[in-house]
Design a protein around this ligand. Structure first.
Ligand SMILES: C[S@@+](CC[C@H](N)C(=O)[O-])C[C@H]1O[C@@H](n2cnc3c(N)ncnc32)[C@H](O)[C@@H]1O
Length: 218
């Protein structure tokens, strides 16, 4: 069953800003700058489709999401969405230049590798992945985090197990993405919330990675 967080779009947006502060705006701005102008963008696990407002007006945006409340919220604001399970690779729209997966990977545990390899096989030229990971999380946070973050779609026990014993780290994310998308050119950027280095014990980092299809030599 979907948690309290995923039942109201406004609540989800407020919580995201509370958790990540100004890096939320910076992360969407960075993704938008990587995407550029005139691109057809498919946002996978789009949530409330906040990315749409950051993209250049010449881009076409579609938010792919399974949460009907989030989709209705976006559609009411004139944003195009589709009901799509991100593992249904055959059902992805084909007229797309860039796939974006923003804070989606941790929901897909333990199938992150299958997802990345699946999108990597598509002909779509560019993939942008953005993922946040906590540093210094307490055991309580590691258990309560996935429960609060339960989208009602994915495997909650697997997520709790993972957060307890095998957390995402920068190195882990880089390795997993680079291995799954090995035939693409990779670029990584990090956004940190450590406003006063050395003072904060807990917080988040956010990685934005882009993967460009290599042109096949003739
Ligand atoms: C943490 S939210 C991220 C939302 C948005 N991308 C952002 O950056 O704010 C993850 C979203 O992925 C959606 N999601 C999870 N698994 C999915 C799946 N298999 N297919 C489609 N959407 C999924 C959830 O409903 C949730 O809204």
């Amino acid at each position: 069953m979907r948690s309290w967080l995923y039942r109201k779009a406004e609540r989800y947006d407020k919580m995201l800003s509370w958790l990540h502060g100004d890096t939320v705006g910076r992360r969407f701005g960075l993704i938008a700058s990587i995407v550029g102008e005139g691109q057809r963008v498919l946002d996978l696990g789009a949530g409330t489709c906040r990315l749409a407002a950051f993209l250049h007006p010449s881009c076409r945006y579609i938010g792919a999401e399974l949460n009907p409340t989030f989709r209705a919220h976006a559609e009411a604001r004139g944003i195009e969405t589709i009901e799509l399970n991100v593992f249904d690779f055959d059902r992805y729209p084909t007229d797309v230049d860039v796939l974006v997966a923003g804070d989606l990977l941790h929901h897909l545990i333990p199938n992150v590798g299958d997802f990345l390899r699946g999108i990597g096989r598509l002909k779509i030229p560019r993939i942008v992945v953005c993922e946040s990971y906590p540093y210094g999380a307490s055991v309580l946070t590691r258990i309560l985090g996935p429960i609060l973050d339960n989208d009602g779609i994915n495997n909650l026990p697997a997520r709790i197990r993972h957060h307890l014993f095998d957390e995402f780290t920068e190195r882990r994310l880089r390795d997993e993405m680079t291995a799954a998308l090995a035939d693409r050119e990779a670029r990584f950027e990090l956004l940190s919330e450590r406003s006063e280095p050395g003072k904060e014990k807990r917080g988040w980092d956010t990685m934005v990675a882009s993967f460009m299809r290599r042109e096949k030599k003739a």
